[in-house]
Write a new protein. Structure first.
Length: 254
């Protein structure tokens, strides 16, 4: 599995507004729900492990049954549906979109990676009032056939009622199926691209509905990811990401 350490710094500001819909009753699905939608614009490497940077965008989606307000959310949280949510503990389903990777420039001669996604579950809790720990375990669909696990701890502090600063480490693990799709170089690809052949294995190495954030993250590839000829010969182990994001939370009843 792959390990990547990141230290995100987030500055969030909250705004206001609320909406609601008609209520229903009689089943688990009945009751108060929330839907958070948003987007992130960021400058990041043109591929995972690359050394050239490009501008891109990512969606932010979260759905769950309304309960006590979550004390902290991160732009790194993937799309999630909370089946358990009491404000201090949340658990449920999670997913992630994966964009395709073409065979251009440094990737010339390598097989393209198809678009797809990852689905799985998440769990988060607060070991301290000002620290949130979160873990996700997901399996790839179409883009790769491996498992990916993300573990993060974020400390946060409200500078003012509408401005929050946060930061913390995170680590990602991935199985050989993931590595083969993104970092492997087979004999045919080596001949076509000029890269060394490489066959990786697995290793275990806010209270208001609208928010806006600016962030910067640093990641360092380790294990099979760092050993890939694609990273060694045409990429960079050190990965930086900077960007802005905004979300809006809709409250409704069913």
């Amino acid at each position: 599995m792959r390990i990547v350490g990141t230290i995100p710094l987030v500055l969030a500001s909250g705004l206001m507004a609320v909406t609601s819909a008609q209520a229903g009753e009689g089943s688990w699905i009945s009751g108060d729900w929330y839907l958070t939608l948003g987007a992130t614009g960021l400058v990041a490497p043109n591929f995972e492990g690359g050394k050239k940077y490009m501008l891109s965008a990512q969606p932010i989606i979260s759905l769950g049954k309304a309960g006590p307000e979550a004390r902290f959310t991160s732009r790194n949280d993937n799309i999630s549906l909370a089946l358990i949510d009491d404000g201090s503990v949340r658990a449920g389903l999670t997913g992630k979109f994966l964009f395709s990777r073409s065979s251009k420039d440094e990737l010339q001669g390598l097989d393209p990676v198809r678009w797809g996604g990852e689905v799985g579950g998440f769990f988060e809790f607060y070991p301290l009032d000002w620290v949130r720990a979160r873990a996700e375990l997901r399996h790839g669909i179409r883009a790769h056939n491996g498992f990916v696990a993300d573990i993060a701890a974020d400390a946060f502090y409200d500078v003012t009622p509408t401005v929050r600063i946060s930061g913390g480490p995170r680590v990602s693990f991935a199985s050989a199926g993931y590595f083969d799709a993104y970092y492997g170089v087979n004999a045919t690809e080596a001949a076509a691209s000029g890269l060394s052949e490489y066959h990786p294995g697995g290793t275990w190495k806010v209270t208001e509905p609208m928010t806006a954030s600016v962030f910067t993250e640093y990641s360092r590839l380790m294990g099979p990811a760092a050993d890939s000829s694609l990273v060694k010969e045409r990429g960079d182990r050190d990965q930086w990401t900077v960007g802005v994001s905004t979300t809006y939370r809709f409250n409704f009843s069913m």
